[in-house]
Design a protein around this ligand. Sequence first.
Ligand code: CA
Length: 411
Amino acid sequence: MTLPLPFSRPLATLLAALATTGAALAQDTPPNIDPAEFRSCLNELRATPAFSRITPATYAQHTDGLAADPTVLVLLNRQPEFTMPVWDYLAVLVDDERVADGRAAHAKWHDTLQKIEQQTGVAPHIVIGVWGVESNFGQNLGGRPLVQSLATLSCFGRRQAYFRGEFASALRILQEGHIPGDKLVGSWAGAFGQTQFMPSTFFRSAVDFDGDGRRDIVDTVPDALASTAKFLQNAGYRRGEPWGFEVRLPAGYSTAGASRKAKRPIAAWRAAGLTLMDGSPLPDSVPSAGLMVPARGGPAFLVGRNFDTLYSYNASENYGLAIAQLSNLVTAPPGMPVGFVQAWPTDDPGLSRAQNRELQTLLLARGHDIGTADGMIGARTREAIRAEQQRLGHKVDGRAGQRLLGALRGG
Ligand code: CA
């Protein structure tokens, strides 16, 4: 699945909240929608070819009396104020909690994952990595009714043609009885279930693995895991190949122009002097790979075809790297640190979810009214962070990082 828009998934929304530093902007006010205009749009849509598979009864059942949700139009237009550094994404998406949850899920679903690998070639730890990053192992599915969001986006705002196709696919999921209407909830843009598929992706990749006749990626874990594997298989996943590995570059090696897409035979990289981090020769398990350097001076990776399938899940190299690293850690020896061998080029690394909660607890203790310490850095937490950064003489950017956490721990 190609992520249709930035920040359209629950975890991505959380991260976008971390990246947005400003106070509420004028564009955050939902537009007024005329109910008659929405009704007229829905009546016109019904007759268009995109909805040819939807019966009049299904259409009426799910759209009669439906109100538009103008808040999705705010989210459609929201832009992050700065690009979050890759180390902040990784700190939240691959932390000790998610690794522990991933190890437990890997053990719990072992037999199912083995069968899925036999059928699709996709390794169990890779499926677990996607599951953990996409929906926190089914715990973070998003709560917006898909039909309402997609109907609104089909009638107002940009990209209406795209969302009409997704709206029609959502109705088809309901018509075919795969998922009950009250369970078809997700992100504002329509990604839903444990795999965070868009409705059109559902019809390309969702699998009925438990054989009950329904492709239920919301409440049936085997269906969700098999659907993730099917998606990766459709994207060209190659059985038995690792996604890639962290590599050591020879001294003075220029990474200018490094690209995941510029694949070369592994022998060529070996000849150029690249090794594994312990100095041993690059293995032949990945026949050809591209050099990916997310931040100059930080960790470098040789990534193969299977990394590209992880990329295609979210159209983001940072998300792909989070999935890849999480998948490595769920099968690593216990106690393996969550970072890479090479440190990120920063003196103020990002915070895990546990550290975000600790930071919030310290802010509460200093009298900031930020609600509960839930690990989600929202507007009020950012405001409190800015106040403390000002007091401490730090750079005032509202970012939750190790430097501020360390200063607040010290009183
Ligand atoms: Ca099923």
